[in-house]
Ligand binder design. Sequence first.
Ligand code: KIV
Ligand code: NA
Length: 275
Amino acid sequence: MKGLTNFRKMKDNGEKIVMLTAYDYPTAQFAERADVDLLLVGDSVGMVALGYESTASVTVDEMIHHAKAVRRGARDTFVVVDMPFGSYHISQEETMKTAIRMYQETNADALKVEGAGEVIDSIERLTTAGIPIVAHLGLLPQSAAVQGGYRVQGKTASQARQLIEDAQAVERAGACMLVLELIPHQLAKEVSEAVSIPVIGIGAGKDTDGQVLVIHDIVQFGLHRLPKFVKVYGDIGTQVEKAMKQYVADVRQQTFPSEAHHFTMEEDELQQLYG
Ligand code: KIV
Ligand code: NA
C-alpha cells in the first residue's frame, strides 16, 4: 500500500497523486483495481448517496458505517475518512474521543477535518495522539452556510494571503496532507509550493500535487447537478435507469424469468408431490 512517505515523494518528484471518493464495498474494490492512490470516504456521502441537502446532516455513525465498507473493499489502499459536522467542535475531549473511535472502528489510515482557526489545535492534538490528519481549506462544505454557499474562495489578495497562512499553520500543526477546494488555480499553485505536505485539489486547477473528485459525479450516478470543475468519465445513471426500465418491462410482460433463470424439479419427485 502506498502511504504518507510515498505521497511526500510523489510531491517532491512532481508525480500526481490520485484520490477519489468511495462510500461502499464494490466502489472501493473497483477503485483499488483502477490503481487509485488513495480513497476518501467523504461526508459528501450525505449528499450523493443518502439524499441530504448538505453534508451537515451526516453523523459519526453514518461515516463509520460507510468507511468500514470501503475498508473491506480496499484493504491495500490508503483510506481517509471525513470527521463529520459537529464532531470536532464541541470540546477537545469530545473531538479526541470521536476521532479515536472513528480511527479504531474503521481501520482508516487518516481522518480529515475542515478549516483552520480553532481546528488547528485539534489537528495538533490528534496528530500527537497518533492519528494522521488531513486538513481541508478553501471552500468548506460543512461551513457553506457561513461562507455564503458553494462559491470560489480566496479570490481577493487578502483572502489568498490568509489561505496561504492557514495552509502553513495546518502543516505546522502536523497535518499529513491538505485538500484545497474551489479556489483559483494560481492560489492553489502558490499554496502547494508554500507547504511541504502533499496538496490535493478539487476545483483548484492542475498545479496541486494531486486531484480528488466525487465518484458519483465522474460516472454520473445520480440526478444531481454537477459543478463546473467536474469532468465526466462515464454515464452510469443512464445505464442504471435503462436496466431498471427493462427489468420492469420484462416482469410485466413475463419475459423474465425464462428457462435460463429457473430451477426444475425431477419428474418422479413431482409425481410423489402430487400423490
Ligand atoms: O466529502 C468530500 O467528498 C470531500 C471532497 C470534496 C474533498 O471532502
Ligand atoms: Na468532505
